[in-house]
Ligand binder design. Structure first.
Ligand SMILES: [Zn+2]
Length: 308
């Protein structure tokens, strides 16, 4: 059963509407180049109102242009992670460009916030081979770019079967042992993410039910939203209708309801760090192994009920 002690992660992929693939591929243009930025105030106040701490995976070019917005989020106690520098798909880049995206964004976000950056999320859950090595080399401690969902044609999914925190080497055998993977929450049985588009399609009760089901399995659900989902989007010629579904007021109320659920909302970094400790530690002096015996709550895919 769900108790007050069950933890969940509320994460925000902090990008502008103009940086989404749907917008980039559209014919039209919005008058405001920073659609979505305004959601930062709503999120800060709403999280504060519920005593929740979140993780913001920030596109660092946004932090470069709007440092005060990102600084205010960090000052309110939220974790700042990286969502690359430019929000381009990593698989569209060569390995040098990919490395620069992860290095540059971490350095920039650390400079803006004055705090260390441990976490990374790739645009569109797209982590081509070699990404994990680049992340570890750049100093990240965990990645949260895996959506272990069914394959959604033309989109994502169907690749990975890890439902909970695990060493990133479970995803890519070349991943360094120091890097952890914290997958986003997927509905057991259904195999679709609990949030993003799916929250807007299926409603808040779908998300809340999934959170409870994962909590019963000892998994802290990792949710994600985008700031542009929370604002009243301008009509832009060529952006598909599905992008607009239930954005704005509906999503703001949805976020309120989710944060009111009986979960303790903690930063992704806290969940990732707990798992690493339970797995035997990966600090440089701990003599970590490449495949440590996973402790409770860190096993990747041994829960048969989770398979569908
Ligand atoms: Zn994104």
């Amino acid at each position: 059963m769900t108790t007050d002690a069950d933890r969940a992660v509320f994460s925000v992929d902090f990008e502008l509407f103009s940086q989404t693939p749907a917008y980039r591929g559209a014919a039209g243009e919005a008058d405001d180049p920073a659609v979505g930025l305004g959601a930062a105030d709503f999120l800060r106040e709403t999280l504060d109102g519920h005593g929740a701490t979140a993780t913001f995976f920030v596109v660092s070019s946004v932090a470069e242009r709007h440092p005060d917005t990102v600084r205010a989020l960090a000052a309110a106690g939220h974790e700042i992670g990286s969502h690359t520098h430019s929000h381009r798909l990593l698989s569209a880049l060569d390995s040098g460009e990919r490395r620069r995206e992860v290095e540059q964004s971490r350095a920039l976000l650390e400079r803006v916030t004055g705090r260390s950056v441990a976490g990374f999320r790739a645009p569109a859950f797209d982590v081509p081979r070699g990404t994990f090595e680049a992340l570890a080399a750049a100093g990240y401690g965990y990645d949260s770019s895996v959506a272990p969902c069914r394959r959604i044609p033309g989109w994502y999914g169907g690749e990975h079967d890890v439902r909970r925190l695990c060493p990133a080497s479970r995803i890519d055998p070349d991943a360094p042992a120091s890097l952890a993977e914290l997958p986003v929450a997927v509905m057991p049985g259904v195999g679709l993410p609990l949030t993003g588009t799916w929250l807007r399609f299926f409603g808040v009760r779908y998300t809340l039910l999934g959170m409870r089901l994962l909590a019963r399995r000892g998994i802290a659900p990792v949710l994600y939203v985008h700031p542009w989902e929370l604002v009243d989007l301008p009509a832009v010629e060529g952006v598909p209708k599905r992008v607009y579904v239930r954005t704005g007021g509906w999503m703001r109320r949805a976020v309120e309801r989710i944060l009111a659920a009986p979960f303790e909302f903690v930063p992704a970094r806290a969940v990732a760090a707990d798992g690493v400790e339970a797995a035997g530690g990966t600090s440089p002096d701990s003599g970590s192994t490449t495949d440590p015996d996973p402790g409770p709550g860190t096993e990747a895919d041994a829960d048969p009920e989770d398979r569908s």
